[in-house]
Design a protein around this ligand. Structure first.
Ligand code: NAD
Length: 247
């Protein structure tokens, strides 16, 4: 489904991003994954190469808090591959700290990674997509954008903003043939969920109509569809992949 496409995936070293990288490679894309450290990037590349040594995959670890670093990395990727067709903004962190214990620094940190880093990578990739007469930008939102979250206010705040960024940019970039969509996973079995208290996870699962925790592959398939030409006329959508969860 992605033959000849060049895709960048942030947070591609594990969880949802890693699964998406694998699925994109299986669908003949060239994949460039971003991670936070050289070591985790190397491990992810090694694991993907184990599945298929011929997978066209490479990885970098630009500092997502630094626009110049991201821009330099993305300019080099564009130079090497001649274009960038797809950007998946997936890196993210979470927190369930109650507001009384939530510092301003905690809040700024989560907004910085979940939202501002997304803006930085989009800014860096846009000139290349415009030069190439189009592209696809996909952002990872969350089911918390249905009803917020009872504790850890920075996370849902960042993800509501991701939806705002997605919908607004779809309108601004439509004339450039750049589609902008988001995928909003429900509770998905990754390291991120393992970091939440068990009673919180059990409580969430009991309220999922499908009574099943999500797999990273479910989210990866939604990204594949939205990245492909099958979704040619779809932009400004927030696609929920959450078993019908409303919490
Ligand atoms: P994960 O913790 O397994 O992966 C997070 C990824 O983000 C990792 O690759 C990590 O390297 C990267 N990352 C985190 N901080 C970074 C930083 N400072 N610089 C660079 N990279 C950084 O979690 P996941 O569940 O795979 O999360 C992926 C996305 O899915 C996130 O945006 C998350 O908010 C979203 N999401 C997850 C769930 C869930 O239940 N797992 C639900 C809804 C949304």
């Amino acid at each position: 489904m992605l033959k000849d496409k060049v895709a960048i995936i942030t947070g591609g070293t594990r969880g949802i991003g890693f699964e998406t990288a694998k699925l994109f490679l299986q669908n003949n894309a060239t994949v460039i994954l971003f991670g936070s450290k050289k070591e985790t990037v190397d491990n992810a590349l090694q694991e993907l190469k184990k599945e298929n040594p011929n997978f066209p995959v490479e990885g970098y670890h630009p500092n997502l808090s630094n626009f110049e670093d991201i821009k330099k990395t993305i300019d080099n990727i564009n130079k090497k591959h001649g274009k960038i067709d797809i950007l998946i903004n997936n890196a993210g962190i979470t927190s369930s700290t109650p507001i009384d214990k939530y510092s301003v620094e905690d809040f700024e940190k989560i907004i910085n990674i979940n939202l501002t880093a997304m803006f930085r990578t989009i800014k860096a990739v846009l000139p290349h997509m415009k030069n190439n007469n189009g592209g696809v930008i996909l952002n990872t939102s969350s089911m918390v954008t249905k009803n917020g979250q009872p504790s850890g206010v920075g996370y849902p705040t960042s993800k509501f903003a991701v939806n705002g960024l997605t919908i607004s940019l779809s309108r601004e970039l439509g004339p450039h043939h750049i589609r902008v969509n988001a995928v909003a996973p429900g509770v998905t079995d990754t390291d991120m969920v393992e970091s939440l208290p068990k009673n919180m996870i059990d409580n969430i699962i009991s309220q999922i109509p499908m009574k099943e925790i999500g797999e990273p592959s479910f989210v990866a398939k939604a990204f594949l569809f939205l990245a492909s030409d099958q979704a040619h006329y779809i932009t400004g959508e927030i696609l929920h992949v959450d078993g019908g969860c409303i919490n």
